[in-house]
Ligand binder design. Structure first.
Ligand code: CA
Length: 507
């Protein structure tokens, strides 16, 4: 392969090396630029001389200031950029460039499970919620018994999943931050893929009592709350028998459900990235953004999240908000997170990982500019706070941390399908919803052919367009939502632990 780089925007003075083995010193790119030194794949090459103190520009935006002179063809390494300050939150343009609605896409459907509350599931799962970590091993034991002894008799039920977590006790449950994990667990418990309702296993003495988790009650069958309270039971054997008894009854109900044709507008697709590299912003994230536009056109909900990866690109998003209130809501979430980080004596520079940097991402500004490409081009219809269930259709910003397993857990409050983009690679998966993984580089898709579902790396080498991969992903998502195809994470049963975001104090 001849030396090749990808330049995103005409104003950029850096570009990304495409060649899997990098380029050697002195090799010439098409157009005449020579590499001044060896530059690894996905790292930046200077397209022209950049003087000390001058801006380094990618995506048409400043990602940093050069802290030394850089020659044309030089490797622009992370230590050569000084981090610019984040966009000020008090002077952002509000809804000044609202995109016109995209043309509707009619007739796209999937085969889903209808719920009494009107939502639609992409799977049919028996959910068992726990109110506290203390009961998790007991519930895990019961789940193993249910899988082995009961589930084979109910062929229309896909799985049994325990909602276990580290919350529930030893926490300041009346602190303002406590509403986030509690609301998250409430919404997860009533997930569309659980038929809208779980069984509940409680210890008895914990702070998060079932009534606290479900203040408006919880009726599943017989108009009775289905709660097993361990401290009311005679020993472990009776406890497990009680859980199995309830589980069998609930399985009988779930087993009567059948997939029916529902409009694609019933999809709620959560987007996030993990293990991003410098390609993420030119291949997988724009392709996901194109698919996001297709979903929005089909009437679906598309959520993007990860506040610290939006913060440095917020000036590109506030003009796109559907109205000034949505823009103010977005700014409110940025401000909340700025304050949260400063309480922990951290700032946004804490975001990039060693893997991000190995993958050529110099800092959080460059990471954020690539990350928001997932959001496509439509108007931002609504903003949800941490733990809130998203009910709006269209493109929604749902505030979460960027941590993969915390973001995924928070998005589970609303989503019935998950898209995960990755450059460095992660085998991430969730038990409750299908997770489709999209790679930024073909080298990753070739290294992990049994983990990556869609390869967007072919965009960088010119073997496919952003539109091609966007449509490929959109169609794959409809197949996965219908149970016609399985993601690799489903195939292998890769289920990351749930990790609700708890911004409140632990006691
Ligand atoms: Ca993430």
């Amino acid at each position: 392969m001849d030396p090749l780089f990808v330049k995103v925007h005409s104003n950029d003075n850096v570009a990304i090396v495409v060649n899997p083995d990098g380029v050697g010193a002195g090799l010439e790119f098409a157009g005449g630029l020579r590499a001044a030194e060896p530059i690894p794949q996905s790292h930046k090459v200077a397209l022209s001389p950049i003087g000390r103190g001058e801006p380094i520009t990618r995506y048409g935006q400043m990602i940093g200031l050069a802290n030394r002179d850089i020659a044309a063809g030089g490797w622009v390494r992370e230590d050569m950029l000084d981090l610019p300050s984040a966009p000020a939150l008090d002077s952002l343009p509000l809804a000044t460039a609202v995109p016109a609605p995209l043309p509707a896409l009619e007739g796209y459907t999937f085969e889903g499970f209808r719920n009494p509350d009107g939502s639609a599931g992409t799977k049919n799962i028996l959910g068992i919620t726990t109110t506290v970590q203390c009961v998790a091993p007991t519930v895990d034991y019961a789940v193993r018994r249910i899988r082995a002894e009961l589930l084979p008799r109910f062929p229309n039920v896909d799985d049994v999943v325990a909602v276990t977590h580290t919350y529930g006790c030893g926490v300041a449950i009346d602190a303002p931050g406590a509403t986030v994990p509690i609301a998250t667990l409430r919404h997860i418990s009533r997930h569309a893929n659980f038929g809208g309702a779980p069984l509940v296993v409680s210890l008895g003495c914990e702070k998060m009592q079932p009534a606290r988790l479900f203040p408006s009650g919880l009726k599943i069958f017989d108009e009775q709350p289905q709660v097993v309270r361990l401290q009311d039971q005679r020993g472990f054997g009776d406890t497990v028998a009680a859980i199995l008894r309830y589980a069998e009854k609930r399985l009988e109900e779930l087993n009567r459900r059948r997939r029916v044709t529902v409009p694609a507008s019933e999809l709620n697709v959560g987007l996030q990235c993990g293990g991003s590299d410098a390609f993420s912003g030119v291949t997988c994230n724009p392709a996901v953004g194109y698919a996001a536009d297709l979903l929005v056109r089909a009437g679906s909900t598309v959520m993007f999240s990860e506040v610290t990866e939006v913060r440095d690109a917020v000036h590109l998003l506030t003009p796109r908000c559907a109205n000034e209130q949505v823009a103010r809501d977005l700014i409110r979430e940025m401000k909340w997170y700025d304050d949260y980080l400063s309480r922990g004596s951290a700032d946004r520079s804490a975001n990039p990982t060693p893997g991000n940097k190995r993958g050529g991402l110099s800092n959080v500004v460059e990471k954020a500019l690539g990350s928001v490409a997932k959001a496509g081009t439509s108007a931002l219809a609504a903003v949800a706070s941490h733990g809130e269930r998203v009910t709006a259709k269209g493109l929604v910003f749902a505030a979460t941390p960027a941590s993969d397993f915390i973001c995924g857990t928070q998005q589970l409050a609303s989503m019935n399908l998950h898209v995960f983009t990755t450059g460095e690679g992660s085998p991430y998966g969730l038990a409750m919803v299908p997770v489709a993984k999209v790679s930024s580089r073909t080298a990753l898709a070739e290294k992990w052919p049994d983990l990556i579902d869609v390869d967007a790396g072919k965009i960088a080498t010119g073997h496919a367009t952003i539109e091609d991969v966007g449509w490929e992903l959109f169609r794959f998502l409809l197949d996965v939502a219908s149970g016609r195809k399985k993601t690799w994470a489903e195939h292998w049963g890769l289920h990351n632990a749930l990790a609700p975001f708890n911004p409140g104090p632990v006691t």
